[in-house]
Design a protein around this ligand. Structure first.
Ligand code: SF4
Ligand code: SF4
Length: 402
């Protein structure tokens, strides 16, 4: 079994580095409708796609260039010439007008709602992801700028800053610091919400009259104000270093920046070690929500099997949602997706602990994600776009179906 620490203590990684400009961007279009086509010229900050959901941010190009291809799953832009930017008009509004302005500039506004309680989550989402500490330590002014904008929408009566116990962080004005036990998965939103409000919410839901944003959310909103351009970047821990990365940068290019040579059989994972998703190929571009990138050699990646469930209950013992991952995985295995709902599949926060501890090495998280996907289709959701089969990395022995 792959072993690693579950500690959420800060791993000091030095300042935030800015990744160099790639020659090409592969901007993810999942849940987006492109508004420009092949041959169109763009500037840094030009809007290229509209979000299909009301609370998702629209998509913009990070650099000037020419659109070379538009697939259902990604837009390919050849980066050309000097950096030229499409500047923003500043927004002095508050409330819903400011919320709409941020959505137009690329920000997901799902949690930007008026609420009495505002929770700022600075607990690392996974072991090894250390961006929050770096942002709080070295980019505090930008984070505070983002917080000021958020406060103009949320208008909270009470503010809490959740940090992993033992990590250093100064509170913001009128903000109470809450120390969270520094063990994975305590940084996931539902668990931070429970620790502060004593309310249990389903993943993706908000507590009564409360909302939650991460330090990264605040930083990225602050960057829009500082740079005067739409949201076209994310912040990621790449192996052990923290980087500011343009949205759409191919994972293969990022790997070359560390530098790491990706060998046949390696797995490039976007996200952290327990919840991350394997990139389908080295051209895949990172999205706005990417917080980590890891290159796992075959002996480091978690191995899975197609063995049957032993009914040992080990997965249940480690599940923070207190559900039965083994039973749910069997529902998914035998295509009884609706039955998985009777076992509270929607309470699963996709922490991956059940898969890590499974005695039989079953791919429990993948089964759960498959069942959720099938249930969403049954509920009428549109099929998410996928690259053509020939562009996928050839499956390696032991690969997890993500
Ligand atoms: S991933 Fe597994 S352990 Fe984690 S919440 Fe879901 S069912 Fe429970
Ligand atoms: S840990 Fe694995 S083998 Fe044991 S009950 Fe859970 S799914 Fe079944």
């Amino acid at each position: 079994m792959t072993t690693f620490s579950f500690s959420l203590h800060s791993t000091e990684t030095g300042p935030l580095a800015t990744t160099s400009r790639p020659d090409v961007l592969h901007i993810p279009l999942d849940g987006m409708t492109p508004i420009l086509g092949v041959g169109d010229q763009v500037l840094g900050g030009t809007k290229v796609a509209l979000a299909n959901a009301d609370d998702e941010g629209d998509m913009h190009a990070a650099f000037a260039g020419t659109i070379r291809a538009v697939h259902s799953y990604a837009m390919v832009i050849e980066v050309q010439g000097k950096e030229r930017v499409s500047p923003l008009e500043p927004c002095a509004d508050t409330g819903d007008q400011l919320r709409s302005w941020l959505k137009d500039k690329g920000v997901c506004v799902r949690h930007l709602v008026k609420a009495a309680t505002l929770i700022l989550n600075a607990v690392p989402p996974e072991p090894g992801i250390s961006i929050y500490d770096t942002l709080l330590r070295d980019h505090r002014k930008t984070v505070e700028r983002g917080l000021e904008i958020v406060q103009r929408i949320v208008e909270p009566n009470a503010m809490y800053l959740a940090i992993a116990k033992g990590n250093r962080a100064n509170a913001f004005t009128n903000c109470t610091v809450v120390h969270i036990p520094p063990v994975y998965p305590n940084g996931l939103d539902p668990l931070v919400i429970r620790a502060i409000t004593h309310q249990e919410v389903l993943p993706g839901m908000l507590p009564d009259n409360g909302t939650i944003l991460s330090i990264k959310d605040l930083y990225l909103i602050g960057r829009i104000m500082e740079t005067g351009r739409s949201l076209t970047e994310t912040v990621m821990t790449i192996n052990t270093e923290n980087h500011r990365v343009a949205v759409g940068t191919p994972v293969g290019f990022l790997a070359s920046q560390i530098p790491v040579t990706v060998q046949p059989g390696d797995r490039v994972v976007i996200g952290g070690p327990l919840r991350g998703l394997t990139a389908v190929n080295l051209e895949q571009g990172v999205g706005k929500t990417a917080s980590g990138l890891q290159i796992l050699h075959p002996d480091e990646a978690m191995k899975t099997t197609d063995k049957f469930c032993l009914g040992c209950g080990e997965c249940e013992r480690h599940c923070p949602a207190r559900i039965m991952p083994g039973l749910i995985s069997r529902c998914a295995e035998f295509k009884q997706f609706k039955r998985a709902e009777t076992y509270h599949i929607h309470s699963c926060m996709e922490c991956g602990l059940c898969a890590y501890w499974c005695t039989a090495g079953r791919p429990l998280l993948q089964y759960i994600r498959l069942a959720k996907y099938e249930l969403a289709l049954l509920a009428g959701a549109a099929l998410p776009p996928r690259p053509a089969a020939e562009t996928l990395i050839k499956s390696q022995s032991g690969d997890q179906p993500c």
